[in-house]
Design a protein around this ligand. Structure first.
Ligand code: BG6
Length: 337
């Protein structure tokens, strides 16, 4: 379903004003295409200017592709990913809601990532950059089965937008629609899998000196020491109160990913490394070398919403050439370009 291009017939003068209103693209008019993806599941294609593109599966509202103007894939999706329930798709940007990881009694990472979302063609207005022409709004409401495992009524709206410079943004709006007066609490993450040339050539800046919970050590709290984060073995850490900008610098590709997060205090960093990779059915043995998850999240302090309240959490991603000399620049200057 592609949004119609603005047409320009010559209506009679009296009808001209009304016709213009109907045919001019409103800034909120979504420009996307709906096509069949793997396993026959529908996916949304977003196409930006200069060849930028992104894909979003209705299954999990999961972004599975984000390409730059050279058609290079910027996100990692496993060659063994399974595109059907009940598994979440291994790669892209799964959404963890209403639980991150094992921080609660639900299945790992909650159920939003393995539910079928629908397109919301009439979402409540969201302030939008008028330069953004390619976006889609998706919505998830709980089914009767979901209400049995998490007895709360909610509306989860996700907007995925492709900016004029190829930036990708995800805006989540979660509303408590309980009619019995009850609040609910949840944890959340954008479980973003970045594609990297070689994990040993990658560093993450912005998280140094942060406190973190180490999932490999029973969620014990530690403080990161020293410089930027580099990778030599399995990592599974939840950095607490992380800055709003984090950079992933891929030296071999000469590419820097810049993540900007709002409403999401924490950031999870995960790479399974060789042993865990082998144990995962939907992940290739050597694929850990070519991916890194950096996941803007709200983990340590769950978010609580009273009935009628809405929360917003946003992630913006950009991929820029790194004109970066290791250790010689202030990371903040790198982040600000
Ligand atoms: O295999 P899953 O459920 O997608 O989870 C993958 C990983 O996701 C990370 O976010 C968690 O911190 C890890 O503990 C977990 O192993």
């Amino acid at each position: 379903m592609a949004a119609p291009p603005p047409s320009s017939p010559s209506p009679p003068p009296a009808a001209a004003a009304a016709a213009t209103q109907q045919t001019q693209p409103h800034p909120q008019t979504p420009f996307y295409e709906l096509v069949k993806g793997n396993s026959g599941i529908e996916k949304v294609l977003l196409r930006g200017t200069r060849g930028f593109s992104a894909e979003v599966y209705l299954y999990g509202a999961q972004v599975t592709s984000w390409k730059n103007d050279h058609a290079e894939e910027l996100l990692f999706v496993s060659s063994k990913a399974i595109f059907k329930p009940p598994k979440a798709i291994r790669g892209g940007i799964p959404i963890c809601f209403p639980q991150f990881g094992t921080h609660g009694n639900l299945e790992q990472h909650g159920f939003a990532r393995n539910r079928l979302w629908t397109i919301d063609d009439n979402p409540p207005p969201l302030p939008v950059n008028p330069a953004i022409k390619s976006f889609v709004d998706l919505i998830l409401r709980p089914s009767d089965e979901d209400l049995k495992i998490w007895p709360h009524s909610f509306e989860f709206r996700l907007r995925v937008a492709l900016g004029p410079n190829g930036d990708l943004s995800l805006t989540s709006r979660i509303r408590n629609t309980n009619t019995d007066g009850r609040s609910f609490s949840y944890t959340f993450a954008y479980h973003t899998y970045f594609s990297v040339s070689d994990i040993s050539e990658v560093r993450v800046e912005g998280l140094e000196t942060m406190d973190y919970l180490d999932n490999l050590k029973g969620k014990e709290r530690f403080t990161e020491q020293g410089d930027a984060i580099v990778f030599e073995s399995e990592i599974d850490k939840v950095y607490l109160a992380a800055p709003s900008k984090i950079a992933i610098i891929d030296h071999e590709k000469k590419r820097t990913f810049v993540l900007t997060k709002e409403g999401l205090p924490d950031a999870v960093v995960w790479n399974p490394w060789d042993k865990k990779a082998k144990a995962m059915q939907d992940f290739g043995d050597g694929e850990y070398k070519h991916m890194l998850c950096v996941e803007p999240a709200a983990v340590e302090k769950p978010i609580t919403l009273k009935p009628g309240e809405e929360w917003k959490g946003r992630l913006a991603l950009s991929a820029v050439p790194s004109s970066y000399c290791s250790g010689q620049l202030d990371p903040l200057k790198v982040l600000q370009g």
